[in-house]
Design a protein around this ligand. Structure first.
Ligand code: GLN
Length: 543
């Protein structure tokens, strides 16, 4: 393990357009430096005014990724955790809103000792303070900082200024990677460099120069085009890295390291070359390629009619967790998104679920499509189709059981019907006042909580641990008044929080696999170490 006296920082910025894989590129760089023996951490900067991602519509913005310490962050944080195989914390995430909130709170607390507090330098100073705190927390040799969106955005100026200030102070400790998109217009059939040239100039205007350009596009970056980038963007030709679309995101570290990107960055940081050991990644990628036999999984929820692109972003951790578990068993997951409203319009349609090996109901909020989900759960419970319910999926499985097995037909969640006479899922008084007073931001039950498991259950067999810790994000809870009766009738309470007595996991006795969790196991699944519940769920699907 190489020890550095000074910490090094690599900023990853985006040119031309967002959504081209800057997060995965950052995560892949992390994996590469880890494979070189460095200790690495990564931060995500989001340029918007929201204090966190918790209040944003996931359909528009993608998944809200929850950290152990209960921060509601951007989905890229999930990529970092998965590629770096490490837990990250609130220190690793910031937004413009969060920065300004701290600066203003500090000003009100007289922490600036009567000075005039200004956008520059005080705002970028707060950005730098947070970057350094995250590096220190993990004692990182290398800290990656991804600036969200693109560099031309007005709202990104304070973050680019922070990078410039850090570079001014310690030029040898800062490197800049620009991930840019090179379009191939169909009428030309040729990759165009001009938008990247403009992006490079915008970066220069902010006082920064890229050390590396990662050229994203539908095809490989060829020699003539990398020569153009070199001349017009002031980057060495060999530092223009080709990053065409890949079949699986997990190939990207291999693809980039084949071009020695890690050592090129070390050189920019005035460091010696270090060997990279990507043996495990290579074995993992070939396992992915060799997983050919299909396992068919239906994911049921609302809003699933909005097109594949936005959806895959809204449930990215669920999708990745399914993939990890499938590859572990050498099968290829085929996901079908089912709009639960279909099962409301026509209850008979649930029979189509017979065509799947397993069913997942992921987290969700609100009332739309809920009755359709309950219809689907009833079918998979009765027909012994493997089921995994995540958060809302656990709450709705409990309601379905109380309605149809215990015969309390009015059973509901107060989220659906605040006046229900059978509140199987209810709300604690604390949360009630949050909602009443419109205190929505950061007030759910968030982050890691312990859960004690019951022996002789599939859940225990999966974890093989007495007490586990999992991440939460919900406002409503299982009502313990229903616990005994439900448990006795077969939907067993197999995981409970030791401090509060809150029900965290239910499992149906005598079913091949029927488990619901109040928490979100998907956040803790890692590529080479799938989550135990997803792993056992997929195994049940294959059977
Ligand atoms: N809507 C439910 C709640 O707030 C479930 C939340 C979720 O699935 N993340 O408790």
């Amino acid at each position: 393990m190489s020890k550095l006296k000074k910490r090094k920082f690599i900023f990853v910025v985006g040119g031309v357009l967002s959504g081209v894989g800057k997060g995965v590129t950052t995560a892949s760089l992390g994996a590469i430096f880890k494979a070189k023996g460095f200790s690495v951490t990564a931060l995500k900067i989001d340029p918007y005014v929201n204090v966190d991602a918790g209040t944003m519509n996931p359909i528009e913005h993608g998944e809200v990724f929850v950290t152990d310490d209960g921060d509601e962050t951007d989905q890229d944080m999930g990529n970092y955790e998965r590629f770096l195989d490490t837990d990250l914390y609130s220190n690793n995430y910031m937004t413009t809103g969060r920065i300004y909130l701290s600066v203003i709170e500090n000003e009100r607390a007289m922490k600036y000792k009567g000075k005039c507090v200004e956008v520059v330098p005080h705002v970028p100073e707060e950005v730098i303070r947070r970057i350094e705190a995250a590096a220190k927390e993990k004692d990182a040799n290398i800290t990656l900082i991804e600036v969200g969106g693109t560099l031309g955005e007005y709202q990104n100026l304070i973050f680019l200024e922070a990078a410039r200030m850090m570079k001014m102070r310690n030029p040898e400790n800062i490197a800049v990677v620009m991930v840019s998109y090179l379009p191939v217009p169909s009428h030309l059939g040729e990759m165009k460099t001009k938008p990247t040239q403009y992006a490079s100039r915008t970066l220069n205007t902010a006082g920064l120069q890229a050390d590396i350009i990662v050229a994203r596009g539908s095809m490989e970056l060829d020699k003539p085009r990398s020569e153009k980038l070199a001349v017009f963007c002031g980057v060495r030709r060999e530092n223009c890295i080709s990053a065409p679309d890949v079949a699986s995101i997990y190939e990207l570290p291999l693809k980039m390291e084949a071009q020695d990107i890690g050592n090129k960055l070390l050189k920019a940081l005035k460091m010696k070359s270090v060997k990279t050991d990507l043996t495990k990644w290579k074995a993992f990628v070939s396992k992915i390629e060799n997983s050919k036999k299909e396992v068919k999984i239906a994911v049921i929820g609302k809003y699933f009619g909005t097109g594949k692109f936005t959806l895959s972003d809204s449930y990215i951790s669920v999708i990745e967790a399914i993939k990890h578990a499938s590859w572990f068993s050498n099968v290829k997951p085929v996901l079908t998104w089912v709009d639960s409203e279909e099962y409301e319009k026509d209850k008979n349609k649930v029979k189509d679920l017979k065509n799947f090996d397993g069913v997942i109901v992921p987290g969700g909020f609100g009332t739309r499509g809920v009755e359709g989900i309950i219809n689907a759960i009833e079918f998979v419970r009765e027909n012994k189709i493997p089921y995994l319910g995540l958060c809302y999926g656990m709450q709705l499985a409990s309601i379905e059981f109380v309605r149809h097995v215990l015969g309390k037909t009015k059973a509901n969640t107060v989220e659906m019907d605040p006046k229900t006479t059978e509140p199987v899922i209810h709300i604690n008084p604390n949360q009630e006042s949050n909602v009443k007073n419109h205190r929505y931001g950061g007030t759910m039950r968030l982050g890691a909580y312990d859960c004690a498991l019951r022996y002789d259950t599939k859940t225990y067999e999966a974890y093989k641990q007495d007490v586990i810790s999992e991440r939460h994000r919900h406002r409503y809870e299982f009502n313990n008044d229903y616990r005994e009766e439900m448990d006795n009738a077969g939907l067993q309470v197999v995981g409970v929080n030791p401090e509060s007595g809150l029900v965290e996991i239910v499992e149906l006795k005598g079913h091949p696999f029927f488990v619901g969790t109040q928490f979100h196991p998907e956040f803790k699944s890692r590529p080479m170490n799938p989550h135990p519940l997803f792993r056992e769920f997929v195994k049940a699907c294959i059977k």
